[in-house]
Design a protein around this ligand. Structure first.
Ligand code: HEM
Length: 465
């Protein structure tokens, strides 16, 4: 029997919880407060109007950016006119020192061939072949948590570890000698530096400008790059015969224009991109889902009931993962309220018309995904947690471009199917066995460092269900 509780909208009893959110300034900030907000959390610099208007022009010391929130404008930028836009300079300066000119940061022909090279590993049948590894990692995490019931843990870290194990095992054919804790710390240290880099770029400071944490970020970058270059060289030396992973696809890829293969640096850049983009985001989606569930026990109970009904009380098998509609709706609603990638920025490379708005070459375009997901004209009671928004009929009735956790168009997240299977599998395995309660009175602070993190983690007490 399969449970279909997606139509159920449990009536919350008592006052509704106040969920963590950004409080936008009522008016656009002056330069000094803008800069301060940018350093603390760039989302706090967005004025309240972007949660209500179709578009908005922000200006900061001569840097102006067009914010687009209306679905028709987003579609023009991401899909119809996608070839008129490239990744912004700010993003490149923030990420390229670590990720090089690989799939996430490259544009044009260079991006296209890297995307084609990696695509086979994200086909539906390949993703299905990874689901057993996802379930196994979730079960290891479940067993470790169940062994110490009543303990308080940081679920954000636990989820990072779980998704890291999965990405390394599926993309690099087994963990090999990788120091997970050091890689994780390296990624956090590096991301910490990005807000300085973004602010300094907007101030037109030279790239060598020192800032607090720069040396730590440099060390983190060197460590991560050395590790991945070492793995790439090892992959080439030992040969990829019989292997069927991302590394073998990258080593075999040829640039259609030059016929050239990737060198070890290109391979390492792509591996680091996949390892980073492929675990932190899913871990954050799950972290925020656990946060929301701890405020909505009725929803947590529906997940547990759905898993019991679908598995008939037995272990979760790969074929069950696509048959848990309510669990999936919870993940989708968690990514609406807390999109792991809360903003995407592009720059126009030629003059382009966006449904009557003339955009000149060079103009940065900001798609504030976090604000689109809480936009007053697109969502009914946007601050309320309600997984029923993702029931099939509700999705059909809504504009596709009102919901963008994975972006859209040719640069849509290549790992979308992978991430959704993974998140559903992990949530299903953990929620059916365990109960997660947020530390009483704890209110996480939202912090954007490219991704949307809880500033001080997410402390939760875990007990057996
Ligand atoms: C819940 C989890 C995830 C979210 C919310 C997410 C979100 C996104 C978004 C919004 C983009 C577009 C960025 C832009 O256009 O500027 C993107 C791109 C990308 N994502 Fe994901 N992602 C997730 C999981 C994954 C996973 C699991 C992988 C790999 C296994 C992955 C690999 C990538 C790559 C390689 C790109 C660049 C694609 C390109 O430019 O062609 N992501 N992701």
């Amino acid at each position: 029997m399969t449970a279909h509780p997606s139509h159920v909208r449990p009536a919350p009893e008592g006052p509704r919880p106040v969920l963590a959110r950004i409080t936008p300034p009522a008016r656009p900030l002056g330069p000094w407060r803008f800069l301060r907000a940018l350093m603390r959390n760039p989302l706090e610099a967005w004025p309240e109007t972007i949660y209500r208007e179709p578009h908005y022009i922000s200006a900061f010391l001569g840097n102006s950016s067009l914010f687009v929130m209306a679905p028709n404008l987003i579609r023009r930028v991401m899909v119809d006119e996608a070839d008129a836009f490239e990744k912004s300079e700010v993003l490149r300066r923030a990420l390229s020192p670590a990720l090089g000119d690989a799939i996430l940061t490259a544009d044009g022909a260079r991006w296209r061939w890297q995307r084609r090279a990696a695509a086979p590993i994200f086909r539906a049948e390949r993703i299905r072949s990874f689901v057993p590894a996802m379930i196994a990692a979730a079960e290891r995490t479940r067993d470790a948590l169940a062994a110490a019931p009543g303990t308080e843990i940081d679920i954000a870290r636990t989820m990072m570890r779980t998704t890291f194990e999965i990405i390394v095992e599926t993309m690099l054919s087994g963990p090999g000698p990788i120091d997970a804790a050091r890689v994780e710390r390296g990624i956090t240290d590096y991301l910490e530096s990005t807000s300085w880099v973004i602010a300094l770029t907007l101030l037109r400071a030279p790239a060598w400008m020192p800032f607090p944490g720069r040396a730590r970020a440099e060390r983190a970058k060197m460590y991560l790059r050395d590790e991945l270059v070492r793995l790439a060289a090892e992959g080439r030396r030992t040969g990829t015969e019989g292997r069927n992973d991302l590394m073998s696809l990258l080593l075999a890829a040829r640039d259609p224009e030059t016929g050239q293969a990737m060198d070890d640096r290109d391979v390492a850049d792509n591996l680091l991109t996949f390892v980073t983009a492929g675990h932190e985001t899913t871990a954050l989606a799950l972290t925020w889902a656990f946060y929301l569930l701890s405020h909505h026990p009725e929803s947590e109970a529906l997940i547990a009931a759905e898993v019991e009904a679908t598995t008939g009380g037995g272990p979760l098998r790969p074929e069950h993962v696509d048959a848990l509609p309510y669990t999936r709706q919870v993940i989708l609603e968690a990514m609406r309220l807390y999109p792991p990638v809360p903003v995407v920025v592009r720059a126009a490379i030629r003059d382009v018309d966006l449904d009557g708005i003339a955009v000149t070459a060079g103009t940065p375009i900001t798609i504030p995904i976090y604000a689109v997901h809480r936009h007053a004209t697109l969502w009914d009671e946007p601050e309320r947690f309600d997984p029923a928004r993702f029931a099939p009929d509700a999705v059909k009735a809504r504009d596709r471009y009102a919901y963008l956790p994975f972006a859209a168009g040719p640069r849509i997240c290549i790992g979308m199917g992978f991430a959704l299977s993974e998140a559903v599998a992990i949530l299903a395995v953990l929620v059916r066995a365990l109960r997660f309660s947020l530390r009483p009175g704890y209110q996480p602070e939202l912090k954007q460092r490219i991704t949307l993190r809880p500033a001080e983690g997410m402390p939760m007490r875990v007990t057996l269900r």
